[in-house]
Design a protein around this ligand. Sequence first.
Ligand code: HEC
Length: 272
Amino acid sequence: MRTIKLSVVALFCLLSLLAISNNFIPALIVTGQTVDAALTAPTDVIASDNSYSNKVGITWDAVRGATTYSVLRNTVNDTASAISLGTTVAGSFFDTTAVTGQTYFYWVRAENGNTVSNLSAPDQGTRANGTIAGPVQPLNPPVAPAGNPVTATKAFLGKTLFWDEQLSSTRTVACGTCHFSTKGGSDIRAIINNARSTNPGADGLFGTADDVYASPGVVSNNSDGTFNLSPVYGFREQVTGRKSRSYIDAAYSDSLFWDGRATQVFPACELR
Ligand code: HEC
């Protein structure tokens, strides 16, 4: 019993030490700020590895309730001595002060006024030594349309809507059904020689040379939820005539921006 009591006491001491270290590290928390676990720590923090020769790019998933994000860096995996690089309302940050060839640990924290989340898990990133080969330099995030600047809350709303199946008539399809995040935004369901992803093409006949393998959609249906027997697809999902394209294609088909250079107009096909 005594051993149990002692271990409980020891556990509490450890927990409070952890809590103190998290709340009172000068580099991480400034006066007035409080850590609230209800504001989730950012996930999927990724720092670029030699993608740029003039910076390290850090990205993460949008967090519900965040209005800004703080980015921290250290040469060792130690949050206590990490330095703050600044804050942003976007879902990405460029560390232009990274020294070439030095590997850094990066952390991101969600913030809303004086409420801050815990730090994310770290990810290591490096600025490349020398120049980046290739005719096309690595892309920066797409530039926001004039009059519609990015905010952290809008970014989270966009993420939410992207995955919301309730927006479709059958309540089974979201943007993410066709645009696969893990495949750069394209549709892995568009499988060659698969009946489920075959569009009969211009002649309306399956099994002919102009068949297209593309993104499956929904079963033909009415607003009251009843289904229609389609002369082409029966009760199967209809298939669009195209395969969904990648995010990169969507964001950069009209204009390319990188490193502050002037806008260059490219035909969309060049980027595929
Ligand atoms: C049923 C599958 C499907 C769903 C659901 C879907 N898309 Fe698409 N998306 C496509 C296809 C197919 C194309 C390519 C169209 C073309 O090239 O003619 C496309 C193209 C796009 C493009 C343009 C890409 C470019 O190169 O210009 C954007 C942007 C896009 N989709 C965003 C979205 C968003 C946002 C949603 C949710 C509101 C969504 N898509 C839902 C299949 C889908």
